[in-house]
Design a protein around this ligand. Structure first.
Ligand code: ADP
Length: 477
């Protein structure tokens, strides 16, 4: 079986969030199940040259804006599977991955180039697996091509939602020159008076997934469907949730090269050293008995930063350190700066995208990891935290609800703490509950071990994807 996984971000090349972790891990996991999986992404300027080889494919002919644009494609196996990186400096030589007025054009080009590449290589995929709105273009184009391009006739598509709030909306007049001006494609893009690459993908794909079971239910409700709930309800027999796995080659405290000392469920001693190292890195006093509550996330409303802002004073009143790593909205960056300035001995911050090492050091050194998300499709950090003996405190939404179980001292069961209402008081109550058990070393260690020994590996998720691919290949389009 040949699978081409398409993504706008892939670890270790380019990353803003969890999508990159997933796209970096799944092709590798599929190959471990003996499938011929490749990963395709844009060739961004900021990609570390060390990950690239000299192997390039020249002059892939991409039909674009009424002509043919010869395109260079780089090759690299750095993600543990054959990787292809589409070069187009006019689109991808920019400081950031997203955030430009022509993002739809950039990723429409990427999508078209991926289909041109497979054909150029005469590598006929059984499955094109697109992820999030940037790949919606590829999914709908594939459906159109099946009508006139015999090369793609047998190919089927899976489209995965990693976050339904990002919908790839653009001016519908652009559909013409992007090559989607005729029905049915034109109409399948139309959404709220504009064009949406996400909606196009959701309609055109042979099957759909999202990244947890709970989120698959949530996006079918008007409250969380962002206007597309009706479509997901209509396609529910082709739509399932598959909880993301963790790449334990990368996120493993026993072997992690980024952390001050390695540790395991049998021997947690190294964690204390990691804690001291973390305090040092953030310029905080060496007080290892004071709990550290940490957060690593994009600084957006989704991640619950409004709650943290409201609870900031009360969180410090509990006597904890707070460490935050994040990049994103200015209002939250400003809040973090003010919070730090008001209590520099207690609040450590890093504003910006720090890359992998610091994220690993926080997971290893913190005692508790906070994820008070408004919504959370899957969430990876709570699973990383558990592996690193850092107890997650989360809001019970999406994948957080699926993966975190409240600690039950009577049975010694559970791996963290979760609260339900999106309120400051519910958040604070859970933090206080967690701190109470932090003061009871036996219970705390039990909880840490429960989390560390959970198996959230990719193997199970990859098997699920394989089942889905096989089912799509069997069913008529
Ligand atoms: P999302 O995909 O919504 O951003 P996830 O929890 O699924 O949330 O994944 C977030 C990933 O991005 C994690 O691997 C996390 O460590 C990483 N990350 C987020 N913000 C930063 C940052 N500022 N610096 C380094 N890594 C970050």
């Amino acid at each position: 079986m040949r699978v081409a996984l398409l993504s706008s971000e892939v670890v270790p090349f380019a990353k803003t969030g969890g999508l990159a972790d997933v796209a970096g891990a799944l092709p590798k996991a599929l190959r471990e199940h003996d499938r011929d999986a490749v990963v395709i992404l844009p060739h961004y300027d900021q990609i570390d040259r060390g990950f690239l080889t000299d192997k390039v494919i020249e002059n892939v002919p991409v039909e674009w804006r009424g002509g043919v644009r010869p395109t260079r494609v780089w090759q690299s196996d750095a993600a543990g599977a054959p990787g292809y990186l589409i070069e187009a400096p006019e689109y991808f030589s920019r400081p950031s991955i997203y955030g430009y007025g022509d993002d739809h054009e950039r990723f429409a080009f990427f999508s078209r180039a991926t289909l041109a590449l497979c054909k150029h290589l005469d590598w006929q995929p059984d499955i094109i697996h697109g992820n999030d709105w940037p790949c919606g273009f590829a999914v709908i184009e594939l459906r159109a091509r099946r009508r006139y391009d015999s090369f793609y006739q047998p190919t089927r598509t899976l489209f995965s939602i990693h976050n339904i709030a990002y919908q790839g909306a653009f001016d519908r007049r652009d559909l013409w020159w992007l090559g989607f001006g005729d029905p049915p494609e034109r109409d399948d893009f139309m959404f709220k008076g504009a064009a949406s690459a996400l909606k196009a993908g959701l309609i055109a794909a042979d099957a759909l997934t999202t990244v947890s079971r709970r989120y698959a239910e949530e996006v079918q409700t008007p409250e969380q469907g962002y206007g597309l709930d009706w479509l997901l309800r209509a396609r529910r027999n082709r739509f399932v949730g598959v909880t993301n796995g963790v790449d334990y080659d990368i996120w493993n405290p026993e072997t992690d090269p980024h952390i001050a000392a390695n540790f395991s469920a049998e021997d947690l001693a190294g964690k204390r050293e990691c804690k001291l190292d973390l305090l040092r890195r953030f310029g905080l006093p060496q007080e290892p008995d004071r709990p550290i509550i940490a957060i690593v996330s994009r600084l957006v409303a989704q991640k619950g930063y409004d709650l943290i802002r409201q609870a900031a004073g009360a969180i410090l009143d509990t006597g904890s350190f707070f460490i935050a790593l994040g990049a994103g909205d200015k209002e939250y960056e400003d809040f973090l700066q003010r919070w730090h300035d008001s209590a520099p001995q207690r609040v450590g911050i890093y504003k910006g995208y720090a890359g992998e090492p610091l994220a690993h050091q926080i997971e290893a050194g913190a005692d508790m990891f906070l994820m008070p998300s408004l919504y959370e499709p899957c969430g990876l950090n709570q699973m990383y935290s558990m592996r690193y003996a850092t107890v997650p405190i989360v809001r019970a939404t999406g994948g957080l609800d699926d993966t975190v179980e409240n600690f039950d001292p009577e049975r010694g069961a559970g791996n963290g703490f979760k609260f339900y209402p999106y309120t400051t008081s519910a958040l604070l109550e859970k933090i206080r509950e967690a701190l109470y058990f932090y003061g009871k070393p036996e219970a705390w260690t039990q909880m840490q071990r429960n989390g560390m020994t959970m198996d959230n590996s990719w193997s199970a998720a990859a098997k699920k994807y394989l089942e889905i691919y096989e089912e799509i290949l069997k069913s008529p389009t």
